[in-house]
Write a protein that binds this ligand. Structure first.
Ligand code: ZN
Length: 317
């Protein structure tokens, strides 16, 4: 059997001020801060992980807050929007909630038969809420500011802009296990395992568009789920065989990672489902203190001094 990814594991984006980022994702969007850590490759900056109550793979949007970085340049070779799944019938709640908190939203659109509310976060990241009944693993956050019946169910898809469609499509369909599901208004939709919620990627070819660039409000990479390192290594081999250049396996402590650029330039990651975020914290107290992987623990004092203070927003039901 060919190897395949199983949908989105997490998406990592670049934010501006970390407190503004926390206020928006925990306070407005009602996601749980499941891990407050540092960028393992640049430990003087935070790495903030927002997800459902348990940090279930597929619900996790993470940020490197780099306020000193310029804004992202929208363009090809980047993920340009992160759509979340929300329960059917909840868009009216979300429109009101976002309006009350002065978040500008676009009109509701129909995409592939689904109702979609597009908007941007305070630092310019394009988001959308997509109403769907698709079943997915999800643990409600009982103490969150959003009623569980309306809480975000995790990532619905990612949207990529590419200069050329063919090479990215070949990778998705011949190596990563995606199937082409349909096309609409220039977007081609692909899904794995039948293409249910969280297992979708939508790609638009824009041959004349300039190349995108990382910056605040932009997606840094998209991580795809693999069950274990065996599956990860099989996929890594397949990616090598088509001439791409995956990294060695990197231990991220909460999961194991392999990174590679897809042919259009978007940074992808293959991330294992385990061990998970409860590895080093009580599941009841995720995100409350700064967590460092063991190899950075001896530098804790210096790391904490260099980081700006960060306070969880007060509940605002
Ligand atoms: Zn990642």
């Amino acid at each position: 059997m060919n190897a395949s990814v199983h949908g989105i594991h997490h998406v990592t984006a670049i934010a501006g001020d970390p407190q503004e980022n926390l206020n928006f994702y925990a306070g407005v969007m009602g996601m749980r801060l499941v891990k407050k850590s540092v960028n393992q490759d640049a430990p003087d900056t935070y790495h903030l992980f927002y997800a459902d109550a348990a940090g279930t793979p597929g619900t996790d949007l993470t940020f490197f807050p780099w306020p000193e970085m310029g804004p992202a340049r929208q363009g090809t070779g980047l993920a340009v929007e992160v759509p979340f799944a929300v329960p059917r019938g909840s868009l009216a709640y979300w429109q009101e909630r976002l309006a009350q908190r002065h978040v500008t939203v676009s009109p509701v659109e129909t995409r592939f038969g689904e109702q979609v509310l597009p908007f941007t976060d305070p630092h310019g990241l394009a988001l959308a809420l997509v109403e769907t009944d698709d079943e997915r693993p999800f643990v409600p956050w009982a103490d969150g500011p959003v009623p569980p019946v309306c809480q975000l169910r995790g990532m619905h898809a990612v949207r990529l802009w590419e200069r050329h469609l063919e090479t990215t499509e070949a990778l998705l369909t011949q190596v990563m296990g995606f199937k082409h599901l349909g096309a609409e208004e220039g977007w081609r939709r692909y899904g794995v395992e039948g293409g249910t919620s969280g297992k979708l990627v939508e790609v638009k070819a824009l041959p004349d568009e300039r190349r995108g660039q990382w910056g605040t409000g932009g997606v840094h990479h998209v991580a795809w789920r693999v069950h274990d390192t065996g599956e990860q290594m099989a996929l890594r081999d397949a990616i090598l065989q088509v001439g791409l250049r995956p990294t060695e396996r990197i231990d991220r402590f909460w999961f194991e990672s392999v990174y590679f650029k897809e042919p259009g330039g978007t940074l992808f990651e293959l991330a294992t489902d385990g061990p998970g975020f409860a590895r080093d914290e009580d599941a009841a107290h995720l995100g409350e203190r700064l967590i460092l992987p063991p190899w950075l623990e001896s530098h804790r004092a210096g790391i904490e001094t260099a980081l700006p203070p960060l306070a969880l927003p007060q509940p605002n039901p």
